[in-house]
Design a protein around this ligand. Sequence first.
Ligand SMILES: Cc1ncc(COP(=O)(O)O)c(C=O)c1O
Length: 357
Amino acid sequence: MIIPLAEPLIDKQNANIIYEQVKSSFVGPGKKADEFASILSKVTNRKFAIPTTSGTVALSIAAKAMGLKRGDEILIPSYGVISVINSFTMIGLNPKLVDIKRENGCMDPDKIEKQISKKTKAVCFISFLGNIGNEIYETKKICKKYNLILIEDAAWSLGRSFKNKKGGSIGDIAITSFSVPKIITTGQGGAILTNSSKIKNKVIELIDQGGLNWRKTNNISSIGSNLRMSDINAALGISQLKNLNKRMLMKKKINKLFNSELPSFLVQTSDGIFPSQNVFFSKNKDKVIKKLREKGVMATSQYKVYSKLKAYEKIFRNKSFAIGNYWTKNAVYLPFGIGTKFDQFEFIIKEIKKLDI
Ligand SMILES: Cc1ncc(COP(=O)(O)O)c(C=O)c1O
């Protein structure tokens, strides 16, 4: 038995919806993507949601739409998914790292001010493990004080609610992702979330060849790319968004199981909801991962402190990120997909109990 890291939940109903969409012959970007956008804006309490081909491009486009320019500095957490640092570097921004909090992996607000320079124009806050607790609000306050743009990365916080605010509704602009491991997956996809119609139009220009009406006018006034989501992907997204709450409850149930069987074992979020990935610390990380894999449990290291990625080593030479390093050295990611069955999680827990963590 193999338990993958992130088994998605795609059922017969989802498959039928794709079949119906294909049969309709509307397979490119169109009305279904618009419908997906409309539902998504309600789920995230935003005026506008603009679906894209991935969360990574959503981050690049969000930064561009907010007016960030080549050479501008953007603060990002020291540790996390490669997509975040790449998305900004690809458009010529200079990411600067802020170390994270040991207890939940979020950017540490206490360490932000020290990193702000004259060139700093924005902060990208990753809701790590879905967390929309106090850290993002403290970051928001600092952004306000220094007049910085707050980009909220809500790739893992879709569907969450804390202090009457929804995941994706907190930053000046936000993005989310629908890649396979996420609570809603369109196979590949993302979205930009904003309350400003001006920014929405800018985003559309950037992801649709530079114009809002070019199909009618056969002309453009700015330059853009082609990064829109197709109706096939959107149809899959809609069919899952309809039972987002059920998906959230499944995650909650699994977190409860871990917490009753292995108290204080998994890293938890400060919003007290549930971690969207199952992570724990081990001083024997590599051995533990190897042993779990021998049992078919596809545990992994998942991320690295960005300063240790070969492509970025030179940029961050002589800089040390103690907590990012700690997570790199000790964090073990267990399967967390909602397609993973309850008894498979029971099996994982049984195997963990046998290990020297
Ligand atoms: C926090 C975060 N931001 C952005 C992304 C990028 O999303 P995508 O894989 O859809 O490009 C990911 C992907 O896992 C992510 O975890």
